[in-house]
Design a protein. Structure first.
Length: 514
């Protein structure tokens, strides 16, 4: 996942949590809105109930011209209470106190109207009985609604109270007490509903606060963890990239392995490692070119040396040849016959010296190869015979293993020089005692010639230097044999490599095109 996608993901998560918080607040807002509406209704109930009790008491405490107005107010507040209770039911308010309040109000209305009817009957009786005494009538009417039992006792003493009237007054007393109890109950129930509603609002507010704290805390924690992990990941890879840059600046090319590329920084590290590999390849190429230039300088110096050696040897050899020819001309036929063997040896050696000088001159002058078809087996046997004349040891053996007689195209003079150098190198490695095994095979349109000796092997620390000109471990060696041989085979489109070496011997492999 790219850094952009990770940031986008964090943004989406943050937006999701914010949206969730908004939904929670919206949900609780609607609930609280409903609860506040219920609170308004319960508060209205309580207010209406208090007003109802107020006007109800006014009715029963006094009997004057304002009683009619108080009576209307009582009816008004009873109706408003009933209407408000119905609104509570519609809003889904389901506390048991609501149904109790409704039942209590219905009973209150029933008692109130019954008390009203009874009071009218009793008041009519009293007016008929005390028409002659208006002052006493007014007094009795003022207390009959508040103290019907006392009025009943008073009328009993006057012996004007009938049984039915007494029964009505008694019922009025009971209803009056009942009405007062119901009124008190209405006040208590409305107060309880108001407290319950307020408590419910407080609970929901606390729950909302807890949810907000939890959601905000979780959201903040997730966001901080996401930012921390993203920052840590970026810092770690920046550190890796900085380390790679520092190592590259010091010339240390360390390949950093990436298991996968997840974002831009991984891609940058990957691109940098690719650049490092290219820099490393370029450095290796430059090193190889520097080495080749160094080798070319060495080979040029070797060429100049060989040219100088050839010229130094050429004059004495020519003088020897001329002296030999002069000697042959001065000798009689009998003396020539007598010295025939020696004269032939002198001629052969002078001829060999001239061929060696010619090889040196050919190499030093960089002339084009004079390629001809050559039998590889024949060439090797011939070079071995030539080598044996110079190194006539009876304890060095040659074995050639070849499935067929391969024919190659090459410069005979240069190839002979190269094989002579390899035979000499093997001979010296075995201290003049051992076996040289040559195995010839073909592969991929090339002939592979393995020359194995039974010498002491080549130490590991000098294996990379054996083909360098002028490198030699021999006290009297000048170190040009193997370098010359490798150069000759490379000129033929092949190569000379060190295949393996150990205490049991060394194997060189020659590759030549067929």
């Amino acid at each position: 996942m790219t850094i952009k996608k990770r940031v986008t993901f964090l943004y989406i998560i943050s937006s999701g949590f914010i949206f969730l918080l908004i939904l929670i607040n919206f949900y609780f807002f609607n609930i609280l809105k409903k609860e506040i509406y219920n609170l308004e209704l319960t508060d209205t109930l309580r207010t209406k109930a208090l007003q109802l009790r107020r006007y109800e008491k006014n009715i029963f405490l006094r009997f004057d011209s304002s009683s009619e107005e108080d009576y209307k107010k009582v009816l008004q507040y009873m109706n408003e209470l009933e209407k408000t209770i119905n609104e509570l039911y519609k809003s889904g308010y389901k506390y048991k106190e609501t149904s109790q309040l409704k039942k209590t109000l219905l009973l209150y209305k029933q008692i109130f109207f019954e008390l009203e009817n009874l009071s009218k009957d009793v008041d009519e009786k009293i007016k008929n009985s005390f028409k002659s005494n208006p002052e006493l009538l007014t007094l009795l009417r003022s207390v009959i609604l508040s103290h019907p039992s006392e009025v009943a006792d008073f009328l009993k003493k006057l012996k004007i109270l009938k049984d039915k009237d007494e029964e009505n007054l008694t019922r009025m007393e009971v209803n009056l007490l009942t009405l007062r109890d119901l009124g008190d109950k209405l006040i208590r129930l409305t107060k309880e509903l108001d407290i319950l509603t307020r408590t419910e609002i407080e609970k929901k507010l606390r729950l909302l606060k807890i949810i907000q704290i939890v959601v905000l805390g979780f959201f903040t924690g997730i966001t901080l963890i996401g930012i921390l992990l993203l920052t840590r990941s970026i810092m770690q890879r920046c550190k890796i990239l900085s380390m790679l840059i520092e190592d590259t600046a010091k010339g240390k090319f360390k390949k950093y392995k990436l298991f996968n590329i997840s974002d831009e920084l991984d891609l940058l590290i990957y691109k940098f490692t690719i650049m490092e590999e290219k820099l490393k390849e370029r450095e290796e190429l430059l090193e190889k070119q520097r080495e080749e230039l160094y080798q070319m300088k060495k080979m040029a110096a070797l060429g100049r040396l060989l040219t100088k050696i050839s010229h130094e040897f050429n004059n004495p050899v020519n003088n020897l040849f001329l002296a030999l020819k002069s000697l042959e001309m001065e000798l009689s036929p009998e003396e020539k016959e007598k010295l025939k063997e020696y004269l032939e040896d002198f001629n052969n050696e002078i001829h060999r010296l001239r061929k060696t000088i010619d090889r040196f001159l050919i190499y030093s002058k960089k002339r084009p190869l004079n390629k001809i078809s050559l039998s590889l087996n024949e060439l090797l046997h011939k070079m071995w015979d030539t080598f044996k004349r110079d190194y006539p040891s009876q304890e060095v053996y040659l074995e050639i293993n070849s499935s067929e007689d391969f024919v190659i195209k090459g410069d005979q003079v240069l190839l002979e020089s190269a094989f002579i150098n390899l035979f000499k190198n093997a001979y010296e490695a075995m201290n003049g005692k051992g076996k040289i095994t040559i195995t010839i095979t073909s592969k991929n349109e090339a002939v592979h010639i393995e020359i194995k000796d039974t010498g002491k092997g080549i130490p590991e620390e000098i294996q990379d230097q054996i083909f360098e000109p002028f490198f030699s471990t021999k006290p009297n060696g000048i170190g040009i044999g193997l370098s010359l041989a490798k150069e000759i085979f490379q000129k033929h489109g092949g190569d000379l490599i060190l295949k393996e070496t150990s205490k049991e011997g060394t194997t060189f492999e020659i590759i030549l095109p067929l």
